[in-house]
Design a protein around this ligand. Structure first.
Ligand code: SF4
Length: 205
């Protein structure tokens, strides 16, 4: 296999061996350092996906669909929408009638973007990226929000469960993302649960 980057061994061992003090290195700290570098397993080079595969993985969404737990979660989530107290804002508005509270989101979620994300942790992005769906608007007002243009402005498309499920299936089947990653979903939890239910019926894994 081609090595793409230097590891600590590549750098430290030649440096220690080339050191003019190496022949007289009798100090226990120097020998401990050398032993630690030699015995330590090689570091994973940067910019490579983690070399592991989860064997015998059973998608939770499919299991929940089969037992009926997903349908029940969807029903219970939507009960909260009639007098919305999904977050501590406690607005108490009927979002099933498209009334909006502090998050400015009514019946439908607003999706700002959906794409394979290569800026996530390596265990999430893998080889093909993490399938990220960014929701617009937010119940918080963080002063230093790095996504303020998405979270405070209404940018994107109002989508129902079918529309969000379609994005999920595209991220799974077309861009081959390893997972679907909902960003800022707190104020649209019922819409997300319903989308997972629809997608699971379409074969979402
Ligand atoms: S989710 Fe939105 S409408 Fe519901 S309580 Fe929070 S801010 Fe208010």
């Amino acid at each position: 296999m081609t090595r793409l980057s230097l590891t600590e061994q590549d750098i430290c061992i030649p440096a220690i061996l080339a050191s003019p003090t190496f022949p007289v290195m009798q100090s226990s700290s120097a020998l401990r350092c050398l032993r630690r570098v030699i015995l330590r397993p090689p570091l994973r080079p940067l910019h490579l996906a983690p070399p592991f595969i989860v064997e015998d993985y059973r998608p939770v969404a499919q299991d929940s669909l089969a037992t009926g737990a997903l349908q029940e979660k969807n029903r219970r989530a939507w009960e909260h929408m009639r007098e919305c107290r999904l977050c501590p804002r406690d607005c108490g508005v009927d979002r099933t009638r498209d009334v909006r509270g502090a998050c400015n989101t009514g019946l439908k979620a607003v999706v700002s973007s959906a794409f394979p994300h290569y800026g996530e942790e390596s265990v999430l992005q893998g080889w093909n990226g993490s399938g990220t769906i960014f929701f617009s608007l937010c119940n918080l007002r963080c002063v230093f929000c790095q996504n303020w243009d998405i979270s405070q402005r209404k940018q994107g498309w109002e989508l129902d469960a079918e529309g969000i499920a379609d994005l999920m299936m595209k991220l799974q089947d077309e861009t081959k993302c390893h997972n679907v990653n909902f960003v800022t979903p707190e104020h649209v939890v019922p819409q997300v649960v319903e989308a997972i239910l629809v997608a699971a019926k379409k074969g979402f894994k």
